[in-house]
Design a protein around this ligand. Structure first.
Ligand code: HGA
Length: 606
């Protein structure tokens, strides 16, 4: 999704903006641009394509110390230079960068055109530049406020006006925006990744909040309050967390980090004596936890699939009916919100617009919602009543890996806690805790087989189309396996319940269409083996993602073995080879692993 950076200070702004935009590249974008205010007005440069192409196009001398920059992910109008941000007013005085969608842009454009304004882009954003430039209000802060009064929609905006060249005015409504406080310099960004090199002192703006930012500091305000008096907090993201190191790709780095990050996530959260989890951030007492009669999980894409895994874990350990639904569907269907249901919103970034909307709808109807979120201080994390931070560290690759594993662990902790306030015995709780403690080593054991998995991945990369199958707890693993594979290798990959194979898709099985079958060592192994045999009998190649104890017998499959954990936790480990299959298939095909085409990291628009 789009990224915003801004700078006001003592250094030339352009290199700071370019560096910040490079840090936001992981979010996915189609074009980039920046504007720097100098003694003779501002210089706007925009390019379709990568930030390095923008950098190459910059004039050699660009000494201004105030500027804004943007990476665009088009929603209104194609990816062209004219549509790239910043957008400027007709006299070139006001420049605007914007993330989000202005819902009433068409009506505003029509009105402005009637008043004689000539538009130079197809974007919704451009109306803002004209509205601010034409506002009858006084100084820049007031003109931005006045212009935003006409606007319906979501935005994070940063505005530069050469009539007030010592400042930026920024505003947030529904899209994240953060101020970074430096020494006689200030930064603005839509994502902390763009700030970490410069400062750890940040302010997350709230919806409806604006800020005036100069080299000397900042003032935050709203339409009603002259000064909301926000004070900075300290973020813990270190510079090296967002550096690639020796890894060829962020996806590879993030997969490799998992043993360490999972161990970190578990620290302090396991109570071995009482066989339960410590999740103070949920803000729920045992009595409140006991009162829930249902759990409803909401997430999008992979977070939804891990949510399905979470629902199974909760049903198995706590015996409470639990169900996952795509938040992107839930929000559009006037959902029934029940007071005795615990709602769980799952999102890596905490900014997923569809999930955030679902959270608001639940709260509007009086429901109780907790978050499973990675990014501390993000919108969903702040709007939920409580939650479990995933502590996976920054995830840069568009295709999520470690954050999903952490979501699986988060659900296991939640299921354990819900189980222990009901009928799960201490002994069973302790068994799950021992399993959780083994997870880092089990994941490390899967990663040790990377070369062998890569070989299988190269074979699979040759197929135009594949099936991923799994049964019960194996099905979310298959769904996520197919999702990851299609996201980064662009191969058609379809997930099916193993049990449903004979009810339709078997018709498609042939030598050119391999099947990746999840076959854990559990009470369903025989059923899964029988299905794999049916695939092979029709000439379909099979890759079994399985446990060492499973005897494939007549099934002549390639096998990938993962260590056995506790049955309920096995799916978390089984997801790891799926990540490696996708990574290595994409590597073999020479694709842009960290930034798959058409996809963006945090989907902050509808
Ligand atoms: N609507 C604007 C910005 C799009 C955006 O925020 N994408 O993530 C445009 O189309 O330029």
């Amino acid at each position: 999704m789009c990224g915003i950076v801004g700078y006001v200070g003592r250094q030339p702004a352009a290199p700071v903006l370019v560096e910040g935009l490079t840090r936001l590249e992981y979010r996915g974008y189609d074009s980039a641009g920046l504007s720097v205010a100098g003694p003779n007005g501002q210089t706007v440069v925009r390019r379709v394509g990568r930030v390095r192409e923008l950098e190459a196009a910059l004039p050699r001398r660009l000494p201004g110390t105030v500027g804004i920059g943007h990476t665009r992910w088009a929603t209104h109008g194609p990816a062209t230079e004219a549509n790239a941000h910043p957008h400027t007013s007709e006299d070139g005085r006001v420049a605007v960068v914007h993330n989000g969608i202005i819902d009433n842009a068409a009506a505003l454009r029509e009105r402005l055109e009637r008043e004689g304004v000539t538009f130079t882009s197809d974007t919704d954003t451009e109306v803002l530049a004209h509205l601010i430039a034409r506002s009858p209000a006084g100084d820049l802060e007031e003109r931005v406020l006045e212009a935003l009064d006409h606007v319906v929609g979501t935005y994070a905006v940063a505005v530069l006006d050469t009539a007030a060249p010592d400042r930026l005015v920024v505003a947030r409504n529904g899209s994240p925006l953060i101020l970074g406080v430096g020494d006689k310099e200030m930064f603005v960004a839509s994502d902390v990744a763009a700030l970490v090199r410069h400062t750890s002192s940040v302010i997350h703006l709230e919806d409806g909040e604006l800020a005036e930012v100069t080299a000397r500091g900042y003032r935050t305000f709203t339409r009603e309050t002259h000064d909301t008096g926000r004070v900075p907090t300290t973020i813990e993201v270190a510079d090296e967390d967002v550096d690639l190191g020796d890894h060829g790709h962020y996806m590879a780095k993030e997969i490799a980090e998992q043993p360490e990050t999972v161990a970190r996530m578990l620290r302090g959260r396991l109570d071995a004596r009482f066989g339960t989890a410590r999740l103070d951030g949920l803000n729920l007492t045992p009595r409140e936890l006991r009162a829930f009669r249902r759990v409803k999980i909401l997430g999008c894409g992979s977070a939804y699939y891990v949510g399905e895994l979470g629902a199974l874990l909760i049903e198995e350990l706590a015996r409470i009916p639990a169900h996952a639904e795509a938040a992107s569907e839930f929000r559009y269907r006037n959902p029934i919100i029940e007071p005795d249901t615990l709602y769980v919103a799952v999102s890596q970034s905490g900014e997923t617009a569809d999930t955030a909307f679902a959270v608001r709808e639940i709260k509007r109807k009086g429901g109780q919602v907790v978050g499973l979120v990675n990014v501390v201080g993000s919108t969903i994390a702040r709007e939920c009543d409580g939650g479990i931070y995933l502590h996976a560290g920054p995830e840069i690759a568009v295709a999520s890996t470690k954050a999903l594993t952490h979501m699986g662990v988060g659900f296991a902790l939640l299921a354990l806690l819900l189980g222990r306030v009901r009928d799960l015995s201490v002994a069973d709780g302790q068994r799950i805790i021992a399993g959780l403690e083994r997870l880092p080593a089990d994941i490390a054991a899967v990663l040790e087989q990377e070369d062998a998995v890569a070989e299988v991945a190269r074979e699979l990369a040759g197929a135009e189309s594949l099936f991923f199958i799994g049964r019960v707890r194996g099905f979310p693993v298959a769904r996520e396996g197919a999702q990851k594979f299609k996201e980064v290798s662009y191969r058609h990959a379809e997930a099916y319940q193993t049990s449903e194979l004979k009810h339709g898709p078997l018709a498609l099985i042939e030598a050119a269409r391999p099947t990746v079958a999840v076959i854990p060592d559990d009470e369903l192994t025989d059923r899964n083996l029988a299905a794999a045999e049916q695939v092979m009998a029709r000439g379909g190649p099979v890759v079994a993602v399985t446990h060492p104890g499973v005897r494939l017998g007549a099934v002549d499959a390639r096998r990938i073995d993962v260590p056995r954990n506790e049955t309920e936790l096995d799916p978390i480990v089984l997801m790891v080879p799926m990540q490696l299959l996708a990574l290595h298939a994409a590597r073999h095909l020479g694709l842009d692993i960290d930034k798959p085409r058409n996809l963006a990291k945090s989907v902050t628009v509808e």
